[in-house]
Design a protein around this ligand. Structure first.
Ligand code: TZP
Ligand code: MG
Length: 231
């Protein structure tokens, strides 16, 4: 997309419903090629892609993200986990990177917004009521929050135990920002998440560790699309 001032990128309004978190370590462990997982998943209905690569240095992370850019249609926003420097490096290369997803221990969102500009998509992980309150009263615009883990998961080593569906829905409703749930999500979770008012579901291993990431994404998309919406 054209990121020049005044031009609206193709990815707004943001469709967060089927949010692929393409994790480098999980793909590697599954013997899967990350850009190929992304391509298959997007072809099957993923609406947002985040690249998460905790163990990659900035250079290789940027090169991997550039490969992903090459397979993404302009309607699907690409977000980078944690690494604002990688977002800036991609932009310098003229690649369309929508923005970043940051956690509570990363750069302050006010600094992220200042560094990336008004057009950028910025997501924040927020789980506790205090964190969610801080997010929706933030001086800097936050485009969405990620709430989790929904279920206990082994994908994120330091993740606490699963919050459970009722707590996730309650916290999402207490926050005025669009919210996506994350953590151990499978198609069985989609009806409750959608009817509970979540804007979407963020998924790592169900897609990245699947022998068929396209089919896995199709099952998630079908479950979301069949679910009742929040009144
Ligand atoms: N944040 C909270 S849980 C989680 C992250 C990054 C990992 C989710 O991965 P999976 O494999 O979908 O449980
Ligand atoms: Mg982080």
């Amino acid at each position: 997309p054209d990121l020049s001032p005044g031009r609206s990128p193709d990815w707004r309004p943001l469709d967060l419903s089927l949010y692929l978190v393409a994790d480098h370590a999980v793909c590697q462990q599954a013997g899967a090629d990350l850009p190929e997982v992304v391509a298959r998943s997007v072809a099957a209905g993923a609406t947002v892609v985040q690249i998460r690569a905790k163990e990659l240095p900035g250079g290789p992370f940027t090169d991997l993200a550039a490969q992903v850019c090459a397979v993404l249609p302009p309607s699907v926003p690409l977000l980078i986990n944690d690494r604002i420097d990688v977002v800036l490096a991609l932009r310098r290369r003229g690649l369309a990177c929508a923005g970043a997803h940051v956690g509570q221990a990363d750069l302050d969102v006010r600094d992220v917004r200042a560094l990336l500009g008004d057009e950028a998509v910025i997501g924040l992980s927020a789980a506790s009521p205090q964190q969610l309150r801080a997010a929706h009263t933030s001086a800097a615009r936050i485009d969405y929050v990620g709430i989790g883990p929904l279920h206990s998961t082994r994908t994120k080593r330091d993740a606490p135990a699963g919050l459970g569906i009722d707590t996730v829905i309650e916290r999402a409703r207490d926050c005025t920002l669009p919210a996506v749930a994350i953590g151990g999500i499978t198609p069985a979770d989609m009806p409750a998440l959608r009817s509970g008012g979540l804007a979407g579901a963020a998924v790592v291993s169900y897609i990245c560790a699947s022998a068929d990431p396209g089919a896995a994404t199709e099952r998630l998309a079908a479950a979301w699309n069949a679910a009742p919406t929040w009144k």
